[in-house]
Design a binder for this molecule. Structure first.
Ligand SMILES: [Zn+2]
Length: 162
């Protein structure tokens, strides 16, 4: 799954989490970290979807964050990580969740950069927008939020596959 897809899945997961408990909006950064960090293994030949895409990496990062910043940031990081793994598992390449074990998690035929992925991205993006909008009271925050989302929306539309 591409960056826009991971971004919108993580936004959606965060907006769902907000429905269950009050979380400062800035804590979305932890979800974002969990959703974006795995693909830092992208430039490493032969290690992509392995090195930072496995459960051990998630556990170590989760413990580090819990130790230094608290349980909630760690939980949010793991939610972000889970959305990343889910997004990648839906593609034919799958994801090596138990690396260095050989077994792959693979549960879909969604092509990275394809039209289906793009549709899922847009759907999750607007679902997150609707859920988060509902949580904010009117005022500057809401105005900023709506403009921020509009800009992000334009970026997502701009990233539309050819
Ligand atoms: Zn990935």
């Amino acid at each position: 799954m591409n960056r826009a897809g991971h971004l919108s899945l993580s936004l959606f997961a965060f907006s769902l989490a907000l429905a269950f408990q009050p979380i400062p909006l800035s804590y979305y950064l932890f979800v974002l970290l969990g959703a974006m960090l795995p693909d830092f293994d992208l430039p490493m030949k032969g290690l992509h979807r392995k090195l930072f895409h496995n459960i051990w990496f998630a556990v170590i990062m989760g413990l580090l964050i819990a130790d230094n910043l608290g349980t909630l940031p760690a939980q949010l990081f793991l939610i972000g990580f889970a959305t990343h793994v889910l997004g990648d598992a839906l593609t034919p390449e799958g994801v090596h969740l138990l690396w260095p074990g050989k077994k792959k998690l693979q549960a879909g035929k969604m092509k990275t950069g394809g039209m289906l992925e793009y549709s899922v991205t847009l759907l999750m993006f607007f679902a997150a927008f609707a859920l988060l909008f509902h949580h904010l009271s009117f005022g500057w925050t809401k105005a900023l939020y709506v403009s921020g989302f509009l800009v992000l929306g334009l970026v997502v539309v701009w990233l539309r596959p050819p």
